[in-house]
Design a protein around this ligand. Structure first.
Ligand SMILES: [Zn+2]
Ligand SMILES: [Zn+2]
Length: 199
């Protein structure tokens, strides 16, 4: 499902058979009701074939696989060499988290502070130029913030942009119903830059 060496997810594509996409190619994540262990997300993503498709991802694959910490699923398929790489990555990830580094972060606008986050809290992603508009549901206050970030900020764990654009608007419980409306609202909004670094 997740390829740690290429930082991509594998999905089915009706044209290509199989496609590999980065997290920043995701457009919408919706948690499906029911299953809690693992929780399953329906993901709408932009494929290299030019179309958008829908796939399913378990929370483990979203949040832990990029850190090398979601053993089971992909290790079974890989060689012992790859196991060693994954173990090393897991070890490095664990060390960095223990040292207080955040694999992913965002700026919570209602709380006016940076917060750590996992990709399963991402809701909508809309690219515009070099930046990606990212709607995140805060794991602490449950409210939605929209940040403008680099694709690397999303795709590479522990790569946190020094500052991010913050849409100065408190989104209601529900985001705009379609990706098009979100994109239109996002890129017509005022935003300001905030630092993500910790004090
Ligand atoms: Zn495709
Ligand atoms: Zn918050």
């Amino acid at each position: 499902m997740y390829d740690v060496l290429r930082s991509t997810y594998t999905f089915a594509c009706p044209t290509r058979g199989e496609t590999h996409v980065t997290l920043s190619s995701f457009r919408r994540l919706v948690r499906l009701p029911g299953a809690a262990h693992p929780a399953v997300y329906q993901v709408q993503f932009e494929c290299a074939c030019g179309e958008e498709h829908v796939g399913l991802v378990a929370d483990d694959d979203l949040d832990w696989a990029p850190l090398g910490l979601a053993g089971g699923t992909f290790l079974n398929l890989m060689t012992s060499t790859f196991d060693a790489v994954a173990d090393e990555l897991a070890e490095v990830s664990a060390l960095r988290i223990r040292a207080g580094e955040w694999p992913w972060s965002f700026f919570c606008y209602p709380e006016e502070r940076p917060r750590p986050v996992f990709p399963s809290s991402f809701s909508l992603l809309a690219p515009g130029g070099a930046a990606v508009g990212l709607a995140v549901r805060c794991p602490v206050c449950s409210r939605i913030s929209v940040n403008l970030v680099s694709p690397e900020h999303i795709d590479l764990p522990f790569h946190n942009d020094a500052q991010v654009g913050v849409v100065e608007h408190v989104f209601q419980a529900d985001l705009p119903p379609t990706l098009e409306k979100f994109r239109a609202e996002l890129y017509s909004s005022a935003f300001d830059y905030r630092r993500l670094t910790l004090e």
